[in-house]
Design a binder for this molecule. Structure first.
Ligand code: TTP
Length: 203
C-alpha cells in the first residue's frame, strides 16, 4: 500500500460518494467557497475547470499549512465540473429560475460536461512536488423532456448544487452518454484520478 494521506478538497457529496465507492481511504477538507468567485469563463469551459481545480487545491493546501496539518504524506485531490451547451458555460444554478433556464437550454440537445482535476503532493521534492492538473470531457444528449417532467424535476430540488442544474444520477434515461465517462459527468473522473494517483505513488 502506498504511504499517503489522501485529502479530498471538496464539499461535494457526489465526489465523496464516488471516492468511497471506489474504496479509497480519504479525509475531506473543503476549499473556501470564495475560490469560485471572480474566475470567469472567457477562456472557455476547459480552461475554467482546470484553473478552478488548481485554485481549490491551492486554497486547501494553504488552509492545511495554516493549521499545521500539512505533512509530506498529504496528497490533495480537487476537482471542478461545468456543463457547456451551444458555447454557454453552465455552472451551479443560483436559484430555481436559473435552473429552469439551464434545463430549457439543455433539453433535446447535445452538450458537454468538463471536469478539471488536480492531484498534488506538495511535500514531495522536485517535479514530484508540482500539481498535476488534467481535463476530462464527456458528451451527452438530453431527451426532449416535457414541460411536466421539467416542472417535476425543478420541484424535487435535486438540481441544487449541480452544474447545469441536472444530475445525471437523478433521472435514469433522460441523459444519454455519447462519449467520456459517467464519473466525469457526476463530478469526479475516477479513471483519470486512478492514473494520476498511480503516477504520484510511482515517484
Ligand atoms: C453535471 C453534474 C454535476 N454534478 C455535481 C458535481 C459537483 O458537486 C457539482 C459541480 O460543482 P463544482 O463547483 O464542481 O463543485 P462543488 O461546489 O459542488 O464542490 P467543491 O467545489 O467543494 O468540490 O455538480 C452532479 O452531481 N451530477 C451531474 O450530472
Amino acid at each position: 500500500m502506498p504511504t499517503r494521506r489522501l485529502i479530498l478538497a471538496s464539499s461535494s457529496p457526489r465526489r465523496r460518494q464516488l471516492m468511497a465507492d471506489a474504496g479509497y481511504q480519504f479525509e475531506i477538507f473543503p476549499p473556501h467557497e470564495s475560490v469560485e468567485c471572480g474566475i470567469c469563463s472567457t477562456g472557455g469551459p476547459a480552461s475554467l475547470v482546470v484553473e478552478l481545480a488548481l485554485s481549490k487545491a491551492i486554497n486547501v493546501v494553504a488552509q492545511l499549512k495554516e493549521l499545521g496539518q500539512l505533512d509530506d504524506q498529504c496528497v490533495i485531490v480537487a476537482c471542478d465540473t461545468v456543463a457547456e451547451c451551444g458555447g454557454m458555460v453552465l455552472g451551479k444554478p443560483a436559484d430555481e429560475a436559473h435552473a429552469r433556464d439551464m434545463l430549457e437550454r439543455l433539453r433535446g440537445t447535445l452538450h458537454r460536461v468538463y471536469s478539471g482535476i488536480s492531484v498534488w503532493r506538495p511535500g514531495a521534492t522536485g517535479d514530484a512536488g508540482q500539481p498535476d492538473v488534467q481535463l476530462a470531457t464527456s458528451e451527452l444528449r438530453m431527451d426532449q423532456i416535457s414541460d411536466e417532467q421539467l416542472d417535476e424535476y425543478l420541484a424535487s430540488g435535486l438540481w441544487e448544487g449541480k452544474a447545469g442544474a441536472f444530475g445525471y444520477q437523478d433521472r435514469a434515461g433522460w441523459l444519454h452518454l455519447m462519449s467520456g465517462t459517467e464519473s466525469n459527468v457526476v463530478g469526479l473522473p475516477m479513471d483519470l484520478l486512478a492514473n494520476m494517483l498511480a503516477r504520484i505513488d510511482a515517484d
